[in-house]
Design a binder for this molecule. Structure first.
Ligand code: C2E
Ligand code: MG
Ligand code: MG
Ligand code: MG
Length: 283
């Protein structure tokens, strides 16, 4: 909820339209065909090393090129995809795209280049086809550390056996884990003792007023301290100003992602960013 309130995005579906059953059905039908019609796309947003400003990772973010509505953002369709189970196929496809890019860009950079993918709780609880989970596992296994999976605190706190079993299987593939939107959901962090994660992503709602709100800056600084003591790296999300970047850098935050560096871009544009990234490969 905090996450949604923090976003002020243009949305082509007005409230009345959203509530219209007919529009909903039509959209589900269109989404069902979007993959086959090659309307889905994956954009990539750079994650930079705060010390050097160099791009060291990326996050894969799905997009829908809708024939009438133009570029549609995930908040308009991920919910529907989750409710209908279409998220399984969409997620598998995004993962395959991201894994291919991670391989290509690692070769380009001459060093391992990691891409993170988002996985909804629905992808751990649902799954009409058991086969689709196995396919994901095979892809994750092949990618290893070239892929990080972004999951939310809520998923780790879900102790139904099915969810915990899938998390265990996923961990065995060798991928890394990030906790997305860290800080907005729960006050308990006990799950960090049970499940090994690699990165915490500080939610953008804290980054937004980090330079002006003492609570936000204390909170962010505490996350960084705790994470480092636990051996985790911290990624700050939603950095839009140089001031926010500087505050986080002073706190010792490791990585940063936000419009200050780049918006999410197509894979072709991302390759151009990487080409101008200077030399991450050590000589
Ligand atoms: P997220 O994983 O927290 O992704 C970060 C979101 O913040 C992205 O929105 C990104 O464009 C936006 N963002 C990045 N930097 C800034 C900034 O400086 N300022 C502001 N205001 N926003 C920034 P996007 O791409 O619209 O994605 C929204 C959410 O949709 C994601 O949040 C993620 O939860 C979900 N999502 C995206 N792709 C996938 C996917 O392939 N599968 C699943 N299951 N969920 C996805
Ligand atoms: Mg994410
Ligand atoms: Mg996030
Ligand atoms: Mg977020």
């Amino acid at each position: 909820v905090a996450k949604q309130a923090g976003r002020n995005r243009f949305s082509f579906f007005t409230v009345e339209m959203r509530e219209s059953a007919w529009v909903r059905l039509q959209m589900i039908d269109e989404l069902r065909h979007a993959l086959a019609r090659q309307q889905l796309d994956v954009f990539y947003q750079p994650i930079v090393d705060l010390d050097t400003g160099v791009i060291v990772k990326a996050e894969a973010l799905v997009r829908w090129h809708h024939p009438r509505h133009g570029l549609v953002l995930p908040e308009e369709f991920i919910g529907l995809a989750e409710e209908t189970g279409l998220i399984d196929d969409i997620g598998a496809w995004v993962l395959a795209q991201a894994a291919a890019c991670a391989r290509a860009w690692s070769a380009l950079a001459g060093a391992p280049f990691q891409i993170s993918v988002n996985k909804s709780p629905a992808e751990f609880t649902g799954r009409a086809m058991i086969q689709s989970w196995d396919n994901d596992l095979a892809l994750f296994e092949r990618a290893g550390k070239q892929i990080a999976v972004e999951i939310t605190e809520g998923l780790l706190l879900n102790d139904t056996p099915g969810v915990q079993a899938r998390l265990g299987q996923l961990a065995q593939t060798g991928v890394q884990f990030s906790i997305d939107d860290f800080g907005i959901g729960y006050s308990s962090m006990a799950y960090l003792k049970k499940f090994k994660v690699d990165f915490l992503k500080i939610d953008q709602s804290f980054v937004k007023d980090i330079a002006t709100n003492l609570n936000s800056s204390v909170f962010a600084e505490t996350i960084v301290l705790m994470a480092h003591k636990l051996g985790l790296k911290v990624i700050a999300e939603g950095i839009e100003t140089a001031e926010q970047r500087d505050v986080l850098k002073t706190m010792g935050c490791d990585y940063a992602q936000g419009f200050l560096f780049s918006k999410p871009v197509s894979s072709a544009s991302f390759e151009r960013l990487l080409a101008g990234n200077g030399n991450r490969a050590p000589e």
